[in-house]
Design a protein around this ligand. Structure first.
Ligand code: SAH
Length: 260
């Protein structure tokens, strides 16, 4: 339906122009272009609607979060990242729904609201180096890619790591490095990190990750039993190394595999 709306709005003029200029072949080529433009316009509209939904949810969750707005820089990046290339082709029409979607191997791409929230909680800056645990589709890494200098993302399943690595390269997210391995142990060779984000739930905060967090850095991680309520935890490491944790929203994530 949305496709039809965007098509008819973009079509006037262009079809006539393509037709008059180069006859039937031109018309067909023109229609092909129009269809592509129309899909791109529809994706942009869908992303805008997704961002509006995120903003609405954020104010509803304000008391739990202690804030009522997501950083506009995060929302701007989410307006640009083509989430539809990170979901299976069969789910393309649901790519911008505010819900998690299956990406194979029993894993999911997180709900856009959660991606926005967790990214916001990291309070990123453009010169930072961030570690993500659980690359999955690569979408969260792509969002971070537009906000920081370098993103290291580690995934335990080789098939997902390989697919995400090529997808991110193909779509120009050149500052994301995908590692294959157990994220419980972080990526010591690239540490310390200004921020760490885990998109799988652990029973407790993995010690290696705490050690790889730079003083002054933040970690956002779902903590809890996979079969009970988990909470999104904000972990702050002060300049003197003292660690403070704060429990925020109840969430549901896939469990950390092979955690330690
Ligand atoms: N951030 C992803 C969603 C991740 S779903 C996205 O944007 O699409 C959680 C991912 O964590 C899954 O791909 C799962 O395979 C991975 N995972 C689970 N345990 C892990 C571990 N110990 N180390 C690294 N990755 C892990």
């Amino acid at each position: 339906m949305q496709g039809a709306k965007a098509y008819s709005r973009n079509a006037p003029g262009c079809v006539d122009w393509a037709c008059r200029r180069s006859g039937r072949r031109g018309l067909l080529a023109g229609l092909g272009l129009l269809a592509r433009d129309a899909i791109a316009a529809t994706d942009a509209e869908a992303r805008e609607a997704m961002v509006t939904t995120i903003a609405q949810y954020t104010s509803a969750a304000a008391s739990a979060l202690g804030r009522d707005k997501i950083d506009p820089r995060v929302l701007d990046v989410m307006r640009r990242v083509p989430r539809h290339v990170f979901v299976p082709a069969s789910l393309r029409s649901n790519a911008y729904d505010d819900r998690p979607l299956p990406i194979g191997f029993g894993q999911t791409i997180s709900q856009p609201f959660i991606v926005a929230l967790m990214t916001d909680m990291l309070r990123t800056a453009p010169d930072q180096v961030i570690l993500e645990i659980g690359t999955g589709s690569g979408y969260q890494a792509a969002v971070l890619s537009g906000l920081v200098r370098t993103v290291h993302s580690i995934e335990i399943l080789a098939a997902l790591a390989d697919a995400a690595r090529s997808r991110l390269r193909e779509h120009g997210f050149g500052n994301v490095l995908v590692h294959l391995g157990n994220g419980y142990f972080g990526v010591p060779s690239a540490a310390p990190f200004d921020g760490i984000i885990a998109t799988a739930a652990a029973g407790s905060i993995p010690l290696p990750l705490l050690q790889q967090l730079r003083p002054g850095g933040r970690m956002v991680i779902p903590i809890g039993n996979p079969f009970a309520t988990q909470h999104l935890m904000l972990v702050e490491k002060a300049m003197d190394g003292v660690v403070r944790t704060r429990r925020t929203l109840p969430v549901r994530f896939v469990p950390f595999v092979d955690a330690g």
